[in-house]
Write a protein of this length. Structure first.
Length: 282
């Protein structure tokens, strides 16, 4: 394959799904986003994302032209039958992902590429829901998708070599750097990022320092662009907890979630999306 796929489908109209749609539409692809929840909220997320990019001079084409390339539908069954690439970006629930992937495979063409945006779940296990798992792999985008520089390509046990090469080429055309990893718990980025984040939460829990001091220490001392606690707020404490629990079950005690993290999630302190996490976002 050469060039970006001209017709892209995204399942999930949350921050990540809309970001993926933005990235492809900005470079000319026609994109359809399937969202079973609030379609108006998903449309607003796209408009806001594109507007910010336009204000920064990051869109080659006019805002209304790029926005016009993205359509929203209420079910996977409504995705176009000529889709060339489908990216699943629903919450990190294995059963949900397997269901929507199996439903999508019945809609898209037999030669379409199917990818999951999971940050930690096994593409090999998710791909078992498909009739043809050789065309399936992980495309782990990072938030915010339009501005991020990395896509972690996760090769499932069934993924063909040609598919990995094609998708790596697409990632480069998006202006991002592909890093190919084999299917293992947490891949490379989530495994390291979660471990750092959990230790920072333990330090806060133990009173080693306050959140801002811990973050500033990593930003200034190790040149991290963002400290681990602020990063956790942006990712979402609920998502970080779910990934930590998965890694705890697969890789052992070093990924055990701190009680402080569990308590904050139980109180609904999920980070920026709820207005409060380790920081006040209100």
């Amino acid at each position: 394959m050469t060039g970006l796929p001209d017709r892209v489908a995204v399942i999930g109209g949350g921050r990540m799904g809309v970001g993926i749609a933005h990235a492809f539409a900005a470079l000319g692809a026609t994109v359809t986003v399937s969202e079973t929840g609030d379609l108006d909220a998903a449309r607003k997320r796209l408009t806001d994302s594109l507007s910010r990019a336009a204000e920064r001079g990051k869109l080659v084409d006019p805002l209304d032209v790029v926005a016009g390339r993205v359509a929203f539908v209420a079910s996977v069954a409504e995705l176009p039958g000529d889709t060339r690439l489908l990216v699943e970006a629903v919450p990190e629930e294995p059963g949900l992902k397997r269901r929507v992937l199996a439903d999508a495979e019945r809609v898209v063409p037999d030669d379409a590429v199917i990818a999951t945006n999971t940050s930690s779940l096994s593409p090999t296990e998710l791909g078992a829901a498909l009739r043809n798992p050789s065309r399936f792999l992980g495309m782990h985008f990072f938030n915010p998708v339009p501005a991020s520089e990395l896509v972690e390509i996760v090769r499932a046990e069934t993924t063909s070599d040609a598919l990995v090469r094609d998708v790596a080429g697409w990632v480069e055309l998006l202006g991002k750097t592909p890093v190919v990893v084999r299917d293992s718990p947490g891949f490379a980025t989530s495994r390291l990022g979660v471990l750092l984040g959990l230790e920072a939460i333990r330090m806060l829990e133990e009173g080693v320092a306050d959140a801002e001091s811990i973050d500033r220490a990593m930003e200034l001392g190790y040149k991290h662009p963002m400290g681990p606690l602020r990063s956790t707020d942006l990712v979402g404490l609920d998502i970080r907890l779910a990934v930590a629990e998965y890694l705890h079950g697969t890789l052992g005690e070093r990924f055990a979630p701190p009680q402080l993290l569990r308590d904050k999630v139980a109180r609904g302190e999920l980070g920026r999306k709820s207005g409060r996490g380790f920081y006040d976002w209100s």
